[in-house]
Design a protein around this ligand. Structure first.
Ligand SMILES: [Zn+2]
Length: 99
């Protein structure tokens, strides 16, 4: 499977698009994207950069994103703006508001 990220809890891989379709519209702390696993419903956090995606969790204070797995996704484009981030993956796009 391409473009897939494994769930830290159940280990099941899901397409990045499936994760993003289940993400909260507002960014969590440390600009992380909060999404529930398409397979087991466990909440995880994602951090995206152009060409790379990471899945992990947020640490207790100070709140920081801790990546557990990273994958290279060439088609992933991420643009960070003052009030949102815009994500494009192939023909799909998502937008997440900054806190
Ligand atoms: Zn899972």
């Amino acid at each position: 499977m391409t473009d897939s990220l494994p769930c830290p809890r159940c280990g099941g891989p899901s397409d990045l698009a499936s994760w993003l379709d289940r993400a909260q519209p507002k960014l969590a702390a440390d600009s992380a994207i909060r999404a529930s696993c398409p397979r087991c419903e466990q909440e995880s956090h994602l951090a995206l950069r152009s060409g790379e995606a990471a899945i992990g969790s947020l640490s207790p204070a100070p709140v920081m994103f801790r990546p557990e797995r990273k994958v290279r996704i060439e088609a992933l484009d991420v643009k960070t703006q003052f009030d949102h981030i815009a994500i494009t993956l192939g023909k799909r796009s998502w937008r997440f508001a900054s806190a």
